[in-house]
Design a binder for this molecule. Structure first.
Ligand SMILES: Nc1ncnc2c1ncn2[C@@H]1O[C@H](COP(=O)(O)OP(=O)(O)OP(=O)(O)O)[C@@H](O)[C@H]1O
Ligand SMILES: [Mg+2]
Length: 231
């Protein structure tokens, strides 16, 4: 479903990604791991076109999207939840979802209810400004907004980072349900090994902007993985 080949990216003269290859099959859950600053967010931003790669190719569903603007990638079914649970803090939960709905091609209001069904906790907070939600609730809202676009693949950047444990479990359960029951493909950046072990079909580990190790979920128990993640 997603084929990333030879991806390179830089900030000015500072090169950050060096020929990264990642493939996510339809309905698969791929985990991208690696220490802080190795280039995980840069990889996702390059895949989504938020950042223009200096070399390489991104193919989604057989189509070369490398040159497409981000919103067109979203319309093709790539749902992106950036790091740091971004929402519109001044807008209510309901308005956050409506704004996203209005930007979609389908404009089907049922998509908002479907997204809220994934995170029932948000239903009790529709009139609250997003900026007043807890970090975990904001993360749920950020994922719900991506779901309103009706993605076929979810791209999540550290959705559990800095979030209270009870909500981490809710987010994990939601990702698992979307993946297993609805067949959504997922590209997940996650530093929490136990969670990756429970969710991932396959993984890649980045170090210094390149893939240093990759394998199936079972291989995640390898000592080399622990070394690369420094745990
Ligand atoms: N906007 C930017 N301008 C310049 N350098 C940047 C920028 N964003 C990131 N970098 C640098 O690029 C490298 C990779 O950063 P990136 O954010 O992709 O790492 P990461 O693996 O997502 O880290 P984290 O686990 O902390 O989220 C780092 O050295 C970082 O300092
Ligand atoms: Mg990051």
């Amino acid at each position: 479903m997603l084929q990333v080949t030879g991806l390179e990216a830089a900030y000015g003269r500072a090169r950050v990604l060096f020929g990264v290859d990642v493939t996510v099959g339809a309905g698969r859950l791929m985990c991208v791991m690696g220490r802080n600053g190795v280039g995980k967010t840069t990889l996702l931003n390059s895949i989504m076109g938020v950042l223009t790669p200096t070399a390489g190719k991104v193919v989604f569903d057989g189509r070369d999207v490398t040159k497409l603007p981000t919103y067109e990638r979203v319309r093709l079914g790539m749902g992106y939840v950036p790091q740091g649970h971004e929402t519109f803090p001044q807008l209510t939960v309901w308005e956050n979802l409506q704004v996203t709905l209005e930007a979609t091609a389908h404009r089907d209001r049922a998509a908002v209810d479907e997204a809220l069904d994934v995170f029932p906790r948000l239903k009790e907070m529709l009139k609250r400004r997003a900026g007043f939600l807890s970090g975990g609730q904001q993360q749920q809202l950020a994922i719900a907004r991506a779901l309103v676009t009706r993605p076929r693949m979810l791209i999540l950047d550290e959705p559990t980072e800095g979030i209270q444990p009870s909500i981490v479990l809710e987010i994990e359960a939601a990702i698992e349900r979307l993946h297993r029951e609805k067949g959504l493909a997922v590209l997940l950046v996650e530093q929490y090994l136990e969670l990756a072990l429970r969710l991932a079909d396959a993984f890649v580990i980045l170090e210094g902007g390149a893939v240093q190790h990759s394998g199936t979920a079972e291989d995640l128990r390898d000592d080399k993985v622990k070394r690369l993640l420094a745990i």
